[in-house]
Design a binder for this molecule. Sequence first.
Ligand code: MN
Length: 299
Amino acid sequence: MTDELKAQRPAPRASSQVSVIEPEHKDLGGFSVKRVLPARTHRMVGPFIFFDHFGPADFPPGEGIQVRPHPHIGIATISYLFEGQIVHRDSLGYTQVIRPGAVNLMTSGAGIVHSERAGDDLDTESRLHGLQLWIALPDELEHTDPGFIHYPAEDIPGFELGAARLRLIMGAWLGYQSPVHQHSPTIYAECSLPAEARVNLPMEHAEIAVYGVSGRVLANGHELCSGTMLALNGAGEIELEATQDSRLVIIGGDPVGERHIWWNLVARDKADIERAKAAWKAGEFARVPGDDEFIPLPD
Ligand code: MN
């Protein structure tokens, strides 16, 4: 092989940037949430600006998730459960139960209000475990009309690569295409790997990260356990070696530019956040049919 040919090969992973992101632990009304993004050291991964891993949480009868109506601007929220159920209601009039393996994609654009509450398992012991991520909308869609789409679990492509079982939540990858709408080039996938399995996952996007939901793996030589994210920007592949039965998610995509984030509001221009704050305080956002409560604007 000549030096010229060598020069055309992808950069070795030693030159990729690796950062370890540890979550902040939040209490979201009775159960614990790991807030991974935005981190002080790492604001975004591709278009992903917010990453919450909630539970697994066990609720006694009569208790469960109760997130009262609140507004969003500038993002799409994508919800994905491993266990349990959540009832989504929004100001467009959608009421939708989400269950494990399904995807709720809510595009806020210029503004939407929604609540997330326990379902018909409220009266029994229940368990909840899942992820909610926010995807910053690209400049041209920042003020688009709001929308909501539910994708049942059977619509999400599942496939195997070696010992890895993969589900493609968003994007195109390894010859598969997720039906979940993407506003900009994005990848979001779940990966399950049995103990001692190894697999190499080719990655195409500029910014990528792998997050440990459960178990323990080596990812490109770095130990990754539950609750930790490893950003691997520039890595042409993710080399995984499971030391335990493990569940991971991979996120990434093309960067959309810097964003301001305050409470549930995301914008390129801080003035949009100030306008949304004033509108929420003045009760000018649309109401959620069937859910009359609301979260007041934080001080
Ligand atoms: Mn929300």
